[in-house]
Design a protein around this ligand. Structure first.
Ligand code: ADE
Length: 225
């Protein structure tokens, strides 16, 4: 999978791809992440990427031309399955969206800044708009990182068996059950006996029940679906 991220602050995006699982997935050749500085696609001396809004109003708008130049250059080099725009008015990211995107070949992620992008960018280039929640960030970069992490960890081969994504919260519309590791007794705080019983059908049934109870208590909306 190849992910091209278009941004005005590439520095904000570099280090998360140089650590932990995202780094390993890149080293294993399972994903190729390329950052593109939108200012490299400007033609004026000031490397201007934004301008005042037509009709007046506070806040600058990202101009269509540098974005067109950058996306068109990338599209001339390969085909893309999705061109995603990070924006608070997009579809809220969830496990289903992450699952779908992890199956794609090449995607572009455009990070908005200032007030956002000129509407014509959204109409002519963007195929999917994603929000990471009902709050406004100063730019789409942190959202893009969250989106990338949620996608990359699902690519086959990225996680080992011991960290399988299949048992994550949300993967089957249930939250994950409680988990424990050694020691079985710490200061008298004991691990539920069933987990050390060696009876795997019983352990599985206990986990399913716990997952259901936890979901009912914390996120009953997931059960409605
Ligand atoms: N840009 C600003 N706020 C955002 C959000 N909540 N999700 C995605 N991109 C954003």
């Amino acid at each position: 999978m190849r992910i091209d991220i278009i941004t005005v602050v590439p520095d904000l995006l570099k280090s998360p791809f140089e650590a932990s699982i995202m780094k390993r997935s890149i080293e294993k050749g399972l994903v190729d992440v390329q950052l593109h500085n939108l200012r490299d696609y400007t033609t004026d001396n000031y490397k201007q990427v934004d301008d005042y809004q037509f009709g007046g109003g506070a806040g600058m708008v990202m101009m269509v031309e540098p974005i067109d130049k950058c996306i068109s250059k990338l599209k001339a080099e390969r085909t893309y399955d999705e061109v995603i725009y990070m924006t608070p008015d997009g579809d809220t990211l969830n496990q289903g969206i992450a699952n779908q995107l992890s199956l794609k070949g090449n995607i572009i992620i455009l990070c908005g800044h200032y007030k956002g992008v000129d509407q014509r960018v959204r109409e002519h280039f963007i195929t999917k708009e994603i929000s990471i929640g009902d709050y406004v960030l100063s730019g789409g970069e942190l959202g893009a990182l969250i989106l990338c992490d949620s996608i990359i960890r699902l690519i086959p081969g990225v996680l080992g068996n011991e960290t399988s994504a299949l048992t994550d919260s949300f993967q089957d519309d249930l939250l994950a059950p409680p988990i424990y590791t050694r020691p079985a007794d710490y200061k008298g705080w004991k691990v539920p006996e069933v987990l050390t019983s060696g009876n795997f059908p019983k352990i599985e049934a206990w986990r399913e029940e716990q997952a259901y109870q936890r979901t009912k208590e914390r996120r009953p909306d997931l059960l409605d679906d």
